[in-house]
Design a protein around this ligand. Structure first.
Ligand code: ADP
Ligand code: ADP
Length: 224
């Protein structure tokens, strides 16, 4: 499904204009949102995820008028924020079963199947009996992806997921995203050019709340 963002603006109470007439169309696949700290990436992601309201503009995802029907969007959204979650002392399998239950997947057989499949996709299956609170940062990020995939989201938003990951963890994490990007619409925000080069067919470059470039990753990163 197509995500269409039109004339989006946002000025915070402190006078910072974080979104300055943002226009973007994003189709299926892995889309990169590249920009330095303060560019407005998180503001844009939080707005798409209906966590905050813009001053003006519109967002359409397929048939969904996102800003006027937050609930419809939330039902099809997977959102992975930047911070690692704090988890109770339960194993990955226990926690995923719990979250699946919360999401209304109450049939035990269905649940087991879905939990196993998201553990496989995120390469955490061998660690399913370990406590998530003891996971490394990279594993917690992949656990976040597993949790997000439980209800089969149609739009996935991943905000600066590789910040603070060591190279091996980063590599594992990008591999998981690559696989997911083949089947979903994924928006991946980062300030790391190589993240986008490795993963995304297309990107937008943001700075000062504006989209400065939108096009192929090759062209966009060559222009930097
Ligand atoms: P990025 O994700 O690219 O680092 P942000 O969207 O977080 O960019 O920030 C864009 C600008 O808006 C920055 O100048 C930032 O300091 C400011 N900003 C972000 N969130 C808030 C907020 N809740 N209140 C005030 N200013 C904010
Ligand atoms: P590599 O050298 O390819 O990283 P190792 O098996 O030597 O693989 O693992 C190094 C560390 O990374 C170990 O602590 C291991 O538990 C951890 N690790 C290996 N594979 C995974 C994975 N799929 N997910 C999380 N951690 C992993």
């Amino acid at each position: 499904m197509e995500l269409k963002i039109q004339n989006l603006t946002k000025t915070y109470n402190n006078g910072v204009k974080a979104l300055d007439d943002v226009n973007l169309e994003i189709g299926p696949g892995m889309f990169g949102l590249l920009g330095p700290n303060g560019a407005g990436k998180s503001s844009l992601m939080r707005t798409i995820a209906t966590l905050q309201s813009p001053d003006s503009g519109s967002i359409q995802f397929g048939d969904i008028d996102v800003l006027n029907d937050n609930n419809a969007l939330r039902r099809v959204l997977g959102y992975l924020p930047q911070e690692f979650g704090v988890y109770p002392n339960l194993s990955a399998e226990e926690l995923l079963n719990y979250f699946a239950d919360l999401k209304g997947i109450s049939n035990r057989k269905d649940r087991n199947k879905i939990v196993e499949s998201v553990l496989q996709i995120t390469n955490l299956y061998d660690f399913r009996n370990k406590s998530v609170s003891g996971y490394s940062g990279g594993m917690k990020q992949r656990f976040g992806i597993a949790q997000m995939l439980l209800n089969d989201p149609k739009l996935i938003i991943v905000d600066e997921p590789t910040a603070g990951l060591d190279p091996a963890e980063r590599h594992r994490f990008l591999n998981v995203l690559r696989e997911i990007g083949a089947q979903h619409t994924v928006i991946f925000s980062t300030h790391i050019v190589d993240d986008v080069r490795e993963l995304c067919h297309e990107l937008a470059i943001m700075n000062g709340g504006k989209v400065l470039f939108r096009g192929s990753t090759q062209q966009g990163t060559d222009s930097l």
